[in-house]
Design a protein around this ligand. Structure first.
Ligand code: UT7
Length: 341
């Protein structure tokens, strides 16, 4: 059977930087509270006065990943788009991205696994490549959270956390590589996934959906708040700190590997305190963890590919290194991956 390798990676952050101080008056918060409770100092937000959409950010990351891979867009067999903040409710953003890329006919699949979107997307792409059905899959993870959050003190617990951004990879079959033992190209060792829908309402965006009483025709002014993300922060925190180490260990055990065998950990970035608890439970030294939350905030599905790309660009992640990754988010969903870079 084939296995899959990351042929190229790319990311994009909108240029606008929003500091904690910029949010102070708007959200009735403070730099001190945000830094102490989350580790975030700033995040990138798009210019909300423009019609920029999530697929636009995805497109820029995808173009960089294709260029990095040396792959022409015409060679892509499948697009997977992971986002919590789609351009439109319908159709999915994979279709709008496909049109912007200019590759009509290529299958385009949206996945809605929120902060676990990259790991779920990687797992799906990996299965298609392993079976040989597709040789080159473009996985794009992009978010514009800033246009969808509650920018009033009512939403401050959620709204200080999120940033905008995009990350993309081109996943290809090892059959494309002349020497399959060549460790110069990354290799997906395994992915593991989990979910527990009993917690769906602990982090959700209720509207516009149809899972409630009445039709859209009866939406009221006071329902406005239901269009914003609502979170039971403590429940999310506790479950994230439990599930991320658990599923990472599942991946390691499946490969007969130990924590010490991993060279770099690139986790989802929801709260620095979650990642510190994960590291403590697993005995991971600080120097083996690559965090981006301080500067990017939580970019939901885009977080891990953004982190991987950043780690490559600053020389922390190099060829041949073993990367361990885990994520947790709304659903609840969670997942882990081991990648030989
Ligand atoms: O990636 C998706 C998954 N999301 C997560 O993993 C997030 C998980 N949860 C968290 O990161 C944390 O629960 C939060 C950062 C969201 C909140 O931190 P916390 O330590 O759990 O605070 P809390 O919700 O217990 O709130 C403590 C206090 C409250 O005030 P009182 O009731 O003690 O007077 C809140 O009203 O902090 C207040 N508060 C804020 N104050 C200033 C909540 N948000 C803010 C804010 N600025 N932004």
């Amino acid at each position: 059977m084939n296995s899959s390798r990351i042929l190229g990676i790319g990311s994009y952050l909108p240029p606008g930087i929003v500091t904690n101080d910029d949010l102070k008056d708007l959200l009735n918060t403070s730099d001190e509270w945000i830094q102490q409770r989350t580790g975030i100092k700033q995040r990138h937000w798009v210019d909300a006065s423009t019609d920029i959409a999530t697929s636009d950010l995805g497109l820029l990351a995808a173009q960089k990943a294709l260029a990095h891979a040396g792959v022409d867009k015409s060679e892509i067999d499948l697009i997977i788009f992971a986002t919590t903040s789609p351009d439109y409710d319908t159709p999915g953003s994979a279709c709008t991205l496909q049109a912007k890329l200019g590759i009509p006919g290529v299958p385009a699949l949206d996945i809605r696994q929120q902060c676990s979107g990259f790991i779920y997307g990687l797992s799906i792409a990996d299965q298609f490549v392993r079976t040989g059905l597709y040789k080159k899959v473009l996985l794009v993870c992009a978010e514009i959270q800033s246009k969808g959050i509650d920018l009033s003190p009512r939403g401050r617990d959620v709204s200080v956390l999120f940033g905008d951004g995009a990350g993309a990879i081109v996943l290809g079959s090892t059959s494309l590589v002349t020497d399959v033992r060549n460790s110069d190209l990354p290799h997906v060792l395994c992915t593991h996934l989990g979910a527990d829908g009993r917690f769906a309402k602990d982090l959700w965006i209720e509207y516009p959906g149809i899972g409630h009483v009445g039709s859209r025709n009866s939406f009221k002014e006071e329902d406005q708040v239901k269009y914003f993300p609502q979170m039971n922060g403590k429940t999310v925190f506790v479950n994230a700190a439990k599930k991320m180490p658990e599923i990472l260990l599942t991946s390691l055990e499946s490969q007969n590997l130990k924590i010490e065998d991993v060279d770099l950990f690139v986790f989802h970035q929801a709260n620095i305190r979650i990642n510190e608890m994960v590291a403590k439970q697993l005995g991971i030294p600080d120097e083996k963890i690559f965090n981006t939350i301080e500067l990017f905030g939580n970019t939901t599905a885009a977080t891990i590919p953004l982190g991987l790309d950043e780690a490559v660009r600053c020389g922390k992640l190099r060829s041949g290194m073993l990367v361990g990754s885990a994520a947790f988010g709304s659903g609840f969903t969670w997942g882990s991956a081991l990648i030989r870079w």
